[in-house]
Design a protein around this ligand. Sequence first.
Ligand code: SAM
Ligand code: SF4
Length: 364
Amino acid sequence: MPAPRVRTASQDDSLPVLGSGRVADSGLGMGPALTDPSARRIRYLRVSVTDRCNYRCAYCMPAEGWAKKPREALLTLEEIGRFVELMASLGVTRVRLTGGEPLLRRGLVELVRRVSETPGIDEVVMTTNGHLLSRHAGALFQAGLTGLNVSLDTLDAERFSRMSRGGDLEVVKRGLTAAREAGFVNIKLNTVVVAGENDHELAELCRFAFDEGHLPRFIELMPIGQLDYGRPEQVVPTASMLERLMRAFGLEASTNLSGRVRGPARYHRVVSGPYLGAEIGLISPMTDDGFCASCNRARLTSTGGFRPCLGNDDEVSVLHSLRNHASAEHIVALVRRAVALKLPAHRMQTFATAPSTGMTALGG
Ligand code: SAM
Ligand code: SF4
């Protein structure tokens, strides 16, 4: 694998680096801002609020499901809320609630409200399979949820049911309509592309998204959770996705549009035809050597593992510290220890170093 292209501190104005590589105080009372050994500032926390799910997507879960953790092994909403507050005091500004299926977590709306009211947190967003969205969209919007990513792998009802092992496309579509009616304007449709399964549907998925006012994004399949899935021959490189989409729409790279260049997604804009100006996102964890260069995120697993990277099993547990009401200083020290483990880049391209923890607990 080529050496990762990691941005150095001096290349990034947003990093308040002092003389010898020390970083400036976060300004929020908990010492230096949270910065990893590659000088990337951590500003984005993804939280798996549950390892439970009402779907069993073939690339995410074994057909029989995971052995569920006992409820007491999962962080409580109070513990998640406190952890978010501590992370905000270290400079985190954005929180994504995910899972498993976050909408299965009782009290989620209250958690959204608490996180959105946390000083320093500007954005609270969620990733969902959309199955329960029509029931909760209004309350989530009212509670302060600022953005939604909804997974949508296919527009074929039978394939949808097969890929998700029992999911219902029409229910998800109704959820999307409800979300729009509730006031969400920032809805992204995430498609995991699997060779020979849904890779012929990219243009159709884009047209659906454009017609509904959503943003389509295509994700390379990752080998996560020791499934017999995510094998090299199942991965469709985004270069090949882009080629197909170019033929369908005519695209140019868009680099500076409405805040949508944050994170590892690369966006392209339609340059002709009825969808002129519409955008498409491509996410290339498997083929983009620069994928990790601007990574600003960390994860909290449903069982209280704080992970600096999705791509391996390194974590520091904060479960007992949160449960035993340990001091803020103690928990922050654990967080810093974990962030010090963050590798310059994940190594999932080798297919041998993928995390063994399933995506549902990890918080994809
Ligand atoms: N249940 C919610 C959902 O499906 O949107 C949230 C949790 S899910 C683990 C988060 C995201 O991870 C989804 O967009 C899903 O498609 C993606 N994902 C799961 N397994 C993946 C894999 N092996 N490769 C790439 N993306 C994956
Ligand atoms: Fe559930 Fe989401 Fe995983 Fe599908 S991708 S099994 S909906 S957690």
